[in-house]
Design a protein around this ligand. Structure first.
Ligand code: GDG
Length: 444
């Protein structure tokens, strides 16, 4: 079996079994277990200047090769072009994107530095799988250095319509860089159509033909047994008791403006206003670990959410009922699984999302004898697959309120029917199937 080389912005620390152990590491676990793997990328640490020699550590079949980023590169490449320019643009939020030519230069030079440091580690028959929007240009840099290996790219976030993407200065350059990859993977057919059209319009029909959708999955069975086990443990029991028989609504998202949290909180407020029968009968738990806390837009969002929570709780709380419980700390994965199992409704309303794994985790966590209902945004990639969800437009708080009311009052027969369809899909389209499908395409 050929060696797999994974390249991503961050390389997970194998010793970090902490609460936020990365989604990518979980999704790739199966691929890594099956073959010799080299995982290359940023260490997560910064230094005076970007390292030229990677630090290497071996963990059985898995070798990690990491570079520290120079502080200026971190600011330009990571905080700047990747997070403040590409992230909003790819999520259809051009108005939030800033463009700074020096950030773009920093982005290109980090991609080039990655290529220079990675090239000597490559073997002739390696399969190289590059992940996400931080590394659009890496393939072209590797090719420029003479790499002949099969190079694959996978975009975890959405790809917007061509006119939107090409409004971005240097967008055309990024498209030409993408053409260096042999397989260009995205999450949904809509993303694939958008990206293929953009490449074709740039005069790159061959690259356009190499774009394909590979919807990412989770380890559904693993998550289901985790949730089942955890639901009987102390933390879950204590939590259940604290609900005093009230129905639970759960939301789990990184704190990010793509996740539609202000609209979601407003929607929950509308539920309590327009459907007063739910007052005092339902509790909404929103778990939102802070991410990118050093970016101004994220700090502003945090303040906005604090205000929403204060407004809703101030207005509707009773001495013995807090309508909205909001945490900005991460919760351990097993505990989260147990909480999800106990929730009558999973509320997943991103404005745009490549896939959204939380939607799939919520489905997998349910009790097959008495499942809850997924209320899902039409803007999530997962909505293309999970047809048993109650679909809502995430920009319309009233639609969120109506969706929640429908979920909380849904008869058991309908819940079972909707969940059964979704669960089959989550189990079959799992993380293993995703990486196997992608790697088969990459092997050609
Ligand atoms: C990107 C794309 C695409 C969240 N809070 C806690 C916690 N989480 C876990 C969730 C889930 C993961 O983080 C988040 O994954 P998502 O898919 O929902 O969203 P992004 O982080 O934006 O991921 C997305 C994904 O890549 C994969 O391709 O689906 O569209 O944006 O697993 O459970 N985990 C723990 N504690 C928390 O507090 N343990």
């Amino acid at each position: 079996m050929r060696r797999l080389v994974i390249v991503s912005n961050r390389v997970p620390n194998p010793r970090e079994r902490g609460p936020t152990a990365g989604g990518l590491a979980v999704a790739l676990r199966d691929a890594i277990a099956r073959r010799e793997t080299l995982w290359f990328g940023w260490s997560g640490a910064t230094a005076e200047a970007t390292a030229t020699e990677p630090a290497i550590s071996r963990h059985g079949q898995l070798t990690l090769a990491t570079l520290d980023l120079g502080r200026e590169d971190y600011r330009r490449y990571y905080q700047g072009f990747a997070n403040a320019t590409l992230w909003p643009t790819l999520h259809y939020r051009l108005g939030l994107a800033t463009f700074d030519r020096q950030d773009f230069t920093g982005y290109c030079s980090v991609n080039a530095a990655f290529a220079v440091a990675l090239a000597p580690l490559l073997r002739a028959d390696d399969l190289v799988w590059v992940h996400d929007f931080h590394l659009f240009a890496l393939g072209a840099e590797l090719r420029a250095g003479g790499a002949k290996q099969r190079l694959g790219f996978f975009l975890h976030v959405p790809f917007p319509p061509r006119a939107l993407f090409c409004a971005l200065p240097r967008g055309a350059e990024l498209l030409r860089d993408l053409a260096a990859y042999d397989v260009i993977g995205v999450q949904t057919t809509e993303d694939a159509e958008n990206l293929a059209a953009a490449l074709a319009a740039e005069g790159l029909p061959d690259a356009a033909a190499r774009v394909a959708a590979f919807p990412i999955g989770i380890d559904g069975e693993g998550f289901a047994s985790l949730a089942q086990r955890e639901a009987t443990k102390k933390e879950a029991v204590r939590f259940r008791e604290s609900l005093a028989g009230r129905g639970l609504v759960i939301g789990v998202d990184r704190l990010d403006y793509t996740k539609g949290l202000p609209q979601r909180f407003c929607g929950y407020g509308q539920l309590l206003k327009r459907f007063p029968e739910h007052r005092s009968k339902v509790t909404y738990l929103q778990v939102t670990p802070v991410s990118r806390g050093d970016v101004a837009q994220y700090r502003a969002l945090r303040r906005e959410l604090d205000e929403w929570v204060g407004r809703i709780n101030g207005h509707y709380a009773e001495p013995d009922w807090v309508p909205l419980r909001y945490m900005t700390r991460a919760v351990k994965r097993p505990v989260l699984a147990g909480f999800m199992r106990g929730a009558r409704a999973g509320l997943v309303t991103p404005l745009r999302d490549g896939m959204n794994l939380v939607a799939k985790e919520y489905v997998a966590a349910q009790d097959p004898a008495d499942p809850g209902v997924l209320v899902l945004s039409t803007g999530a990639g997962a909505a293309r697959e999970l047809d048993g969800a109650v679909l809502v437009n995430p920009l319309d708080p009233d639609e969120i309120a109506e969706g929640l009311d429908q979920a909380l009052t849904m008869p058991k027969d309908e819940r079972l029917d909707r969940w059964g369809r979704m669960n089959a899909l989550v189990r079959d389209g799992n993380a293993r199937a995703w990486s196997k499908g992608y790697l088969a395409a990459l092997e050609g």
